[in-house]
Ligand binder design. Structure first.
Ligand code: NI
Length: 167
């Protein structure tokens, strides 16, 4: 396994729309394992392939306290959603920035597992938020895009400052 570099907002590669995975092979399973390792090491609760500059529809999530409940979603698609909830979000691609985003409170997601088998999952709470956040990434969107223009400008400036400090 290997740790993968995570793209930082406002890297334009975060805006790419990821393509569906047509064949769940060992390359995809290896990518999922590397992404999980990268997510746990960061540490984070979710990571989309877009964030490691691979533009395929794959994302990993683990919202458990013990970090022992890895979920891998291939070609995830929300087929049902209900309610709305506003919660504070952060992102490994936007380190140090947290803000409130409104999301559906409950979602049902269809996806393929690591064997290429179709699965369906109904989620609420943090898992539902995380699923929506990661699918956004696969569609070239970061949570910052949900905020006001003023906040987006502030975040861009802050990220530019951070990049200068760590460069
Ligand atoms: Ni994110």
């Amino acid at each position: 396994m290997a740790l993968l570099p995570i793209l930082r907002f406002p890297d334009p590669r975060l805006k790419k729309v990821a393509l569906p995975i047509t064949n769940v092979d060992n390359g995809i399973r290896r990518l999922a394992a590397d992404m999980a390792e990268t997510m746990y090491e960061a540490p984070g609760i979710g990571l989309a392939a877009t964030q490691v500059d691979v533009h395929k529809r794959l994302m990993v999530i683990d919202v458990s306290e013990e970090k022992n409940a890895l979920c891998v979603f291939i070609n995830p698609e929300i087929v049902n959603q209900a309610g709305s909830e506003t919660g504070e979000e952060g992102c490994l691609s936007v380190p140090g920035i947290y803000d409130k985003v409104e999301r559906a409170a409950e979602v049902t997601v269809r996806y393929l597992d690591l064997d290429g088998k179709p699965q369906q999952l109904a989620a609420d709470g943090l898992l539902a938020v995380c699923i929506q956040h990661e699918i956004d990434h696969l569609n070239g969107k970061v949570f910052v895009d949900h905020l006001s223009q003023l906040k987006q400008t502030r975040i861009r400036n802050k990220m530019a400052k951070q990049a200068r400090v760590t460069a």
